[in-house]
Design a protein around this ligand. Structure first.
Ligand SMILES: [Zn+2]
Length: 312
């Protein structure tokens, strides 16, 4: 209420202030002082949020309220449950350093080492290769149809000029072909953006997982905070422990990494890789008919591959 100039006898119209015809009900001096006070409040709020690395990410594992940051002696930042009357029994204080440390530990769960990075790339190529081929084929088909349309339009125009084609008929045909041309262009655009979407998303995910695997000296606290914000679904604090659940597709990647590590330990990298390739080659249709618990279904490589498939 105290922000509105209407109380000092003015009017605000689309950001421009006019002198109104009504009398003011608040003294101008008081009004200006109030504006200054608002400015100060707003400034300190912004400043606070900029200073903390993990605002709004953590929740209390006991009462569900947010954990908020607090500046303490020697400029150290601590996080605690923000329960308004402090009745929550979760009295844990976590320093920002401790938080960064445990987030780093959690990021290792989706960190890709060289072998697994290659495996995921291979898996993506196998799973999405068909889709890319489809877009490529459609794009070249549409392009040749567009060329054909343009040729016909050119030829019809010349025919009309040379009086081979009646004017009215030419106008009708021309409209028809122009509508077709518009439709083809729209289709082409759709395929092009599908291609880049797939690439952008895939690369961004791989990049995040790669950064998550960097050693602590190469991963600054600010970067840990940035990655966590992009990959987390929930983060809870209970008994001084931080529990993190990842959102998709990172939750699936976490499972894939676990299975791949287990599989590589059991049969070795080369065979594991080979099994991924051949499990695709033998075809999804066949495997659907396999009875539950058969050799193929229980193969760790197959499970690894299927996990990625069902979530893509
Ligand atoms: Zn609490």
């Amino acid at each position: 209420m105290l922000k509105n100039v209407i109380y000092v006898g003015q009017m605000n119209c689309n950001g421009v202030v006019y002198q109104g015809k009504h009398p003011s009900i608040i003294n101008r001096e008081i009004f200006d002082k109030a504006q200054l006070a608002f400015l100060k409040v707003d400034k300190s709020k912004v400043r606070k949020n900029f200073d903390f690395l993990y605002p709004g990410i953590l929740k209390c594992g006991v009462c569900g309220y947010s954990f908020c940051g607090e500046r303490q002696k020697k400029n150290n930042i601590y996080y605690r449950c923000s329960h308004y009357d402090r009745s929550c029994p979760n009295m844990v204080y976590l320093s920002e350093k401790e938080l960064t440390q445990s987030f780093r530990m959690h990021l290792k769960r989706i960190g890709l080492n060289e072998d697994i990075y290659e495996l995921i790339k291979l898996s993506l190529q196998i799973c999405l290769g068909d889709e890319q081929t489809f877009h490529k084929e459609e794009t070249s088909r549409i392009n040749s149809e567009i060329e054909e349309c343009k040729e016909i339009l050119k030829k019809m125009y010349l025919d009309q000029l040379n009086n081979v084609l009646e004017y009215d008929l030419w106008v009708n045909l021309k409209n028809e072909y122009e509508v077709k041309l518009n439709r083809l262009s729209a289709e082409l655009q759709k395929h092009n953006s599908a291609n880049t979407n797939y690439l952008d998303t895939g690369l961004k995910i791989l990049d995040l997982c790669h950064r998550a695997s960097l050693p602590a000296i190469e991963l600054k606290a600010e970067e840990v905070a940035q990655i966590i914000r992009e990959v987390y679904l929930s983060a809870m604090v209970k008994n001084k422990k931080v529990k993190v659940i990842f959102r998709e597709p990172f939750a699936t990647i976490e499972k894939l990494i676990k299975l791949a590590k287990q599989g590589i330990a059991e049969i070795g990298l080369a065979e594991f890789k080979q099994n991924i390739i051949s499990s695709w080659g033998s075809g999804l249709e066949h495997t659907k008919k396999e009875p539950e618990g058969s050799d193929f279904n229980s193969s760790i490589c197959f499970k690894w591959w299927r996990l990625g498939d069902s979530n893509s």
